[in-house]
Design a protein around this ligand. Structure first.
Ligand SMILES: [Zn+2]
Length: 309
């Protein structure tokens, strides 16, 4: 009997001796498993806590609005969620508020691949007619057509304006369009933009002629406001480019300005008939300078306009 019991004890001892060295390994394995699981749980918990927090905030806000009884507001406790709401809204507004936020700008890149010689009235009610749209001039050195150069400048101008928060509308984004100057003006009238810039390049017989000029209408309802915009924009664009200031010209010669019901300027960015200016006007860096200068000018004009209102 005793011998059998000893045998059992011995067997148990052997079994234990075999098991014990295996135990740390088991423990490690289990730790590793638990550790990984714990991390997962922690991650889940964090996500959950965030979600709960977000829900809590929402719930608190909802509660704040729902529990807005006179007794509750007396202790001031409910004023806090309201204040938090206002702060959030203010911060959000500040985040998106750029100098041209809420401002609509129209860009009309002059001309198109093929001119249209059909005629249209140069102004509302006028018997004088001009070609619907011409194909423009071309670079004396580069041979690049004006409609190509002005679209490149216009697309950069759009980017620069959008970076300042403006809502930008283009009359064309490709060369292959058939849009008369009257149609372009009406497009912008319908959109009710704050200002239209008609982007062109100049040409002259005298090769030495160079510099930037702005044109606006003289007699229609937007003449005065357009001139005010030109006065602010011209120095800025000449400053940014180093181009010569050729002044502001008011006349009733241009269909695009005559049909406009919103402030409208034609920007003659420089002379493609001048060998050096032609090269500049077709240079990416110079085009960015033009876009930046026009954008700064527009920002100043809008600021001045809004300060007057
Ligand atoms: Zn032109």
């Amino acid at each position: 009997m005793m011998k059998r019991w000893l045998c059992a004890m011995l067997a148990l001892g052997i079994a234990l001796a075999l098991l014990v060295p295996a135990m740390p390994a088991l423990a490690e394995a289990s730790d590793a498993g638990e550790g990984a699981a714990a991390e997962d749980v922690q991650a889940d918990a964090e996500a959950g806590a965030e979600a709960a927090l977000a829900e809590g905030v929402d719930a608190a806000e909802d509660d704040g609005h729902e529990a807005a009884s006179p007794e509750d507001s007396a202790d001031g406790g409910d004023a806090q969620p309201e204040q938090a709401d206002e702060t959030d809204a203010a911060e959000e507004a500040e985040e998106v508020r750029l100098p041209l936020t809420g401002v609509k700008i129209g860009i009309d890149p002059g001309h198109q691949a093929h001119g249209n010689n059909e005629k249209e009235a140069v102004a509302p009610g006028s018997k004088e007619k001009k070609a619907k749209v011409t194909s423009g001039t071309a670079g004396v050195s580069t041979r690049i057509p004006e409609y190509v150069t002005v679209l490149e400048i216009s697309l950069k101008l759009r980017e620069a304006l959008e970076a300042q928060g403006a809502e930008v509308y283009m009359t064309r984004e490709t060369h292959d369009v058939n849009l008369s100057n009257q149609e372009r003006a009406k497009m912008m009238n319908e959109l009710g933009v704050d200002l239209v810039l008609r982007i062109h390049c100049d040409g002259a017989e005298k090769r030495s002629k160079n510099g930037i000029a702005l044109y606006c209408s003289r007699s229609n309802s937007i003449a005065e406001e357009s001139y005010r915009a030109a006065e602010v924009i011209l120095p800025r664009v000449c400053e940014a480019t180093g181009a010569k200031e050729n002044g502001i010209i008011s006349n009733d010669n241009y269909t695009g300005q005559n049909w406009s019901e919103v402030p409208c300027l034609m920007v003659e960015c420089g002379f493609l008939s001048n060998p050096d200016e032609d090269v500049k006007l077709n240079d990416e860096d110079y085009q960015w300078k033009l876009a930046a200068g026009l954008t700064y000018g527009i920002m100043d004009y809008i600021a001045a306009r809004d300060a007057q209102e």
